[in-house]
Ligand binder design. Sequence first.
Ligand code: SAJ
Length: 410
Amino acid sequence: MSQKFDICVLGLGYIGLPTASIFATKGKKVLGVDVVPAVVETINQGRIHIQEPDLDILVRAAVQSGNLTAALKPAPADTFIIAVPTPFQHASANYLPDLSYVEAATRSLAPVVQPGNLIVLESTSPVGTTEQIQGWLLDELGPTARAEDYLFVHCPERILPGQMLRELVTNDRIVGGLSEQAAQRAKALYETFCTAEIYLTDARTAEMAKLTENSFRDVNIAFANELSLICDRLGIDVWELIRLANRHPRVNILRPGPGVGGHCIAVDPWFIVAAAPEEARLIRTAREVNNHKPHHVIATVKQKASRFKDPVIACLGLAFKADVDDLRESPAIEIVEQLHREGVGRLLVVEPNVRELPQRLVGKAEWSSAEEALAAADIVLVLVDHRQFKGLPRRLFDQRVVIDTRGLWS
Ligand code: SAJ
């Protein structure tokens, strides 16, 4: 590919794809790169492989304008944006961050990068990663390459799944540069579509800011989840309790749930814990409290189910939160799977935002409509507070044992 692009975005997932598309609709020539051929093909047809309200319209517009093309390999560009996953290794590896995708994406730039290029890390990353990508790139370019010839910044995304396209434009952004010049260049670039404030800082502070935001939310959800356990023990309605406590002018308790899902809040705090294990005691404990919550829900269901001979359990919702179809790291799926493993009863699953039973639950649970599941159920387990469930007539829940992990009607 000989054409020179304004921007080359590596990773066409939940962050890379909207970012590449919005730049393209603002007139930038964008190359989107993904290692999965089916993703590249889908996007080049103007279609999408992930679900997010209105993303299909944006991508179609970007591709039809001729400004967005997808490919398997990067090509020369003024700016490279890295938006690949940064998962963590599981408990056995002490939840250490896995930077292999960031490293591979960075090294793949070596054949095309030119002095003067800006390299932006958007992926949520442990403190020090922007310095590391500089190191990997220079290593790949060889001994003649000079660090000062390339500009590096971290510009974390903060968009909320379900509201991504609005938040992409209206959220304030933080740009942390390895140099002032790099940060200024990135600011000018993001002003192409971002209408909010763009704050400049150094790369390490920007990395930590992103991790801090998600840890703040995790700690606050853990407080709500812990309250729900305490209330279960003391026979208090946690939703009523929180509603009343929140009438205090300086109290704003979040909502308990079946656990914390998604691929951000349940992951990012571990990056802080891994970097400062002795200091990050509250952050670690919050993670543990939230990780424990699905087990509490399972124990509650088992206890209620023991009253029935052949219990039928209607499980309402599989997504990781309300009104999205994203099933990744969803506590609801973990709970349904474990209920099956423990043989707790017949499991009827309802998920209005997904077309069929996810592969992981095939043979373990039955796909059902809300009406059928509620008619057949002895126990109704509310796992997600989707708007479709809020609209169900209350009489359908009468005579059932209801375990409402989300406070559907609160
Ligand atoms: N949850 C609760 N109780 C609550 C709020 C959330 O149990 O009161 C649960 C949700 O059900 C879900 C999980 O927490 O399982 C996470 O949901 P969320 O809506 O809090 O956050 P995400 O993961 O969709 O998006 C977060 C956002 N971060 C913050 O709000 C600080 C978003 O702005 C980030 O861009 C995103 O992480 C990310 O990509 O890092």
